[in-house]
Write a protein that binds this ligand. Sequence first.
Ligand code: MN
Length: 245
Amino acid sequence: MKILISNDDGYLAPGLAALAEAMAAIAEILVVAPDSNRSGSSNSLTLDRPLSVQRAANGFYFVNGTPSDCVHIALTGMLEFVPDLIVSGINNGQNMGDDTLYSGTVAAATEGYLFGLPAIAFSQVHGGWAELDSAARVARELVERRFEALPRPFLLNVNVPNLPYAAIQGIAATRLGKRHVSEPVIRARDPHGREIFWIGPMGAARDAGAGTDFHATANGFVSVTPLQIDLTHTGQMDLLRQGLR
Ligand code: MN
């Protein structure tokens, strides 16, 4: 098995090293990650300048671009093979509910998925890397499951509570919850007197009921949510047709 690994926290992030080590125990790996923290970059591709790829001492490749850039260039010319799986993470903090739209971690996996490859994004519920070994072990075990019952490609979003491995309650198939709108921006003046805005943290969970990723992880379970990318609101199609008559 050949696994392409990326993240959005950058090639120096502890979560990437932990994920790469866990995957190297079961597969041939290649790591292509952003040269800096690109959290919140969503699915953006860099189109206005060329991208360069450099190799770090530990063998990781790093790119002056986004997570999507990394996977995109890996799959469109950099690699001489097609990976069997794309994994992303382990992110420094949760990607649940609406986070998945903004997340670069999920985006790196999504890019692989859009190329027709199975992909899994991994995040720890809380930032700061507590119990990272535990999350890496969960990542390895999930990849080893291979999910033969799922049609290819699949896109899974995994969030792991920051718990010792023995304290994890199990693995739950979940749907995405929903968040309240983000915290207000910080509005201030820069040292030159110009008005500035600083986007605040994500809002608290609004739909965190049973079955959601929020609910599962709050109860000590690893949440695994199968994602799809078609944004079509099928339920509104008939109403729209009526409105267009
Ligand atoms: Mn991140």
